[in-house]
Design a binder for this molecule. Structure first.
Ligand code: GDP
Ligand code: MG
Length: 471
């Protein structure tokens, strides 16, 4: 995915004049990325159409930066699609209020395994941390163990809980639970009641009927549809089915920590006309994040969660850069090589960095396009710094000339050269290139930083180094 967007950028950069064909090519690449992220075909078509009209070249005033316009249109359109209330003046969905009497009722629905029970507890705990007094009700009388699962998690989070081992009617349990937390003296102060429901897979009609009855009996202020991010193309129809039985008011997409890009979320929003309010990012209770359309869009486009990335794209796209076509080709090729992975893990060697340097040296204008990759190193801080950068690159290359093949091709040169036993390697390189040891270390650090950044472009199934802490 990363590749396709980079490809689109490279193609746009290549064109001296952005013409209709460039717009079309870019749109095709974006569409491909969206389809791969499980966005529905119909949705992709709609995005395409509205971007095309937003970037109507004829209507753009002379002097408007068209590349910028395209980029904005893509991002804006996707964000708009994720925000069904945009421009309507209405709030996107019901929001619980602290201290509200009677307590708000939020009911969770979704298929079995989607993460309802886990997310109910996360949601209740999220509100507890911000000053609410939440309570949990287990209306899943279908699955053995459902009650224990919710009870244990509730206890762990210190949240009051209601459920029954003997009652088999979910509607009755739910009504009793809501009633208890709304009216009992003991539950005084409770202002948010979260109802977990069953989600059996095989009997959809029965499940939907049960949800309808539950909603009728408990009159929830908000029904939250929980969806697994990996559900893919099935998301739209499933969300629609739930929406037809209960008034779904919000969506939570779970397992966003996995490989799925979550394009199904876009379909869920389209089907329910409700916003995504949170995403689940792990199995632990704190792994719930308020939904941020911007990060989500960048993830959809295949870039992972990389803060500021969109802005960087914007920079790269608005650089003045007419360049010979073969050089654009060179960049695409290079990015492809750099992000090619061996087996199941991503590697970016010093030799790859060397090729990148060589390319940057040989083709001036390309520097602009790759400027968003290696922070600072090939940065765009202005003409004055350009010479300093070129000198730095030259220095780095000299040091690499003093390295052995094993060092240049190693998967983790930093580790290879920086351990105590391996100090001699660093010293040898420093001596060989006539540079201080500190500069060799600097080169290794710079390389590591780039490797980390470039790993963002690796395919989703590939193990990436050191990206746990990158958000
Ligand atoms: P339910 O059947 O809809 O109630 O689903 P559960 O809450 O029992 O969750 C099913 C499985 O998904 C459990 O193993 C959860 O730990 C896991 N799960 C739920 N949410 C997430 C999430 O955001 N990330 C990950 N990695 N796992 C999750
Ligand atoms: Mg459950």
């Amino acid at each position: 995915l990363g590749e396709s967007l980079v490809g689109a950028l490279a193609r746009m950069a290549k064109a001296t004049v952005v013409d209709d064909k460039v717009v079309l090519d870019c749109l095709n690449d974006v569409s491909r990325a969206l389809l791969q992220a499980d966005v529905r075909f119909e949705t992709v078509r709609a995005v395409q159409a509205s971007i095309r009209s937003a970037v109507n070249l004829q209507s753009l005033a002379a002097g408007t930066d068209r590349r910028r316009a395209i980029k904005h249109a893509v991002v804006d359109e996707l964000r708009r699609m994720l925000d069904p209330a945009a421009g309507s003046g209405k709030p996107p969905c019901f929001v619980p209020r602290k201290g509200r009497k009677p307590a708000s009722v939020v009911m969770f629905v979704g298929l079995q395994g989607s993460g309802k029970t886990t997310t109910c507890v996360k949601y209740a705990d999220y509100h507890r941390r911000t000053g609410f007094s939440p309570a949990l009700v287990c209306a899943d009388t279908f699955r053995a163990g459902a009650l224990d699962q919710l009870r244990q998690n509730a206890a762990k989070a210190g949240i009051p809980f209601y459920g029954s081992y003997t009652e088999s009617d979910p509607v009755r349990v739910a009504v009793e639970g809501v009633d208890r937390f709304r009216n009992d003296q003991a539950a005084e102060g409770c202002d948010l009641i979260v109802v977990d429901t069953s989600g059996r897979h095989s009997q959809e009609a029965a499940l939907l009927e049960e949800m309808r009855q539950l909603a009728e009996a408990t009159r929830p202020d908000l029904v939250v549809l929980v969806m697994d991010a990996s559900i893919g193309q099935a998301a739209f129809h499933q969300a629609l089915a739930f929406k037809q039985s209960v008034e779904v008011g919000a969506v939570i997409v779970t397992k966003m920590d996995g490989h799925a890009k979550g394009g199904g979320a876009l379909s869920a929003v389209a089907a329910t006309k409700s916003p995504v309010i949170f995403i689940g990012t792990g199995e632990h209770i704190a792994d719930l994040e308020a939904f941020d359309a911007r990060s989500f869009v960048s993830r959809l486009l295949g870039m992972g969660y990389l803060p500021g990335f969109m802005d960087k794209i914007e920079d790269a796209m608005t650089m003045p850069m007419p360049m010979p076509p073969d050089q654009g080709q060179g960049l695409e090729q290079l990015l492809h090589e750099l992000t090619t992975v061996k087996g199941a893990s991503f590697t970016f060697t010093l030799r790859a960095l060397y090729s990148l340097f060589r390319l940057v040296q040989s083709t001036g204008p390309l520097r602009h396009l790759v400027s968003f990759l290696p922070a600072g190193l090939l940065g765009d801080k202005g003409k004055q710094e350009e010479e300093g950068q070129q000198a730095k690159i030259k220095r780095y290359m000299t040091m690499m000339d003093s390295m052995s093949a094993a060092e240049l091709d190693g998967a983790d040169p930093m580790k290879m050269m920086m351990t105590k036993q391996q100090q001699s390697r660093i010293n040898r390189v420093a001596r060989g290139s006539g540079r201080p040891v500190s500069q060799v270390v600097e080169l290794l650090e710079e390389h590591k930083r780039m490797a980390k950044m470039l790993s963002k472009f690796a395919p989703a199934h590939v193990k990436r180094p050191n990206n746990k802490h990158i958000k």
